[in-house]
Design a protein around this ligand. Structure first.
Ligand SMILES: N[C@@H](CCC(=O)N[C@@H](CS)C(=O)NCC(=O)O)C(=O)O
Length: 222
């Protein structure tokens, strides 16, 4: 089993796709077979994608006869299936593992929903300015918490890159794209982003349309 047996369907700008792609790169599978779908053409609803993911969503991923469509599950699968390949995303030591998993699920359960909430609210033409400001404040509150977590460590869960960093860096990439200001407000997070934004796995997973289209700057005033 190797990367030639893999196939990833993905869409540009999709956070679940970004985190999946960073994980594939970190695990050393650069050049894995992949197909970029266009949401605008509804290519995620074609037979070939539906055959892997009946929900018609991306990421849709297979590795040989193993099909997994949940990005967070793909990250776990890659680590457990290929523990010795590329970056070790989950330490073997139980105490360290507990810490990595705590941060990994905390990003997923507490930080990412605040970003999605704000995004949906600013996109909603009927949302009031008060509603937008409230969602912005909630995101700032969560970002403050994560900024403090980074006070002592190079990475989100200590001094080694781990699966906790994969989702976190995906969020920072999106915040950066939407011009959510880190510099001066969240110094540890800003330093972390500066350190990691050029990591090869992150560069390889950068959404192509972000390079060719203007940002909507949705979070610039938050
Ligand atoms: N639970 C999935 C979520 C996947 C997901 O929501 N994908 C979106 C793109 S970000 C999608 O394909 N949306 C198209 C649709 O639902 O029709 C994961 O984390 O992998």
């Amino acid at each position: 089993m190797g990367k030639e047996d893999m196939l990833l369907y993905w869409g540009s700008g999709s956070p679940p796709c970004i985190r999946t792609m960073i994980a594939l790169e970190e695990k050393g599978f650069s050049g894995y077979p992949q197909k970029l779908i266009e949401f605008g053409k509804k290519e995620h609803k074609t037979e070939e994608v539906l055959a892997l993911n009946p929900r018609g969503q991306v990421p849709a991923f297979k590795d040989g006869d193993v099909i997994i469509n949940e990005s967070y599950a793909i990250i776990h699968y890659l680590q457990h299936r290929y523990p010795d390949s590329g970056t070790n995303l989950l330490p073997g030591d139980c105490k360290q593992q507990g810490f990595v998993l705590q941060r990994y699920y905390e990003v997923q359960a507490a930080f990412y929903p605040k970003v999605l909430d704000l995004f949906k609210t600013v996109m909603n033409k009927e949302a009031t300015d008060e509603a937008k400001a409230k969602k912005g404040e909630e995101l700032v509150e969560e970002a403050t918490r994560f900024d403090a977590y980074l006070k002592d460590g190079t990475f989100l869960a200590g001094d080694q890159f781990s699966m906790a960093d994969i989702d976190f860096i995906t969020i920072l990439l999106l915040l950066d794209r939407q011009e959510f200001k880190l510099e001066g407000r969240f110094p540890n997070m800003f330093a972390y982003w500066q350190r990691l934004k050029d990591r090869p796995s992150v560069v390889a997973s950068y959404p192509p349309h972000f390079k060719t289209s203007e940002s909507t700057r949705y979070f610039a005033s938050c």
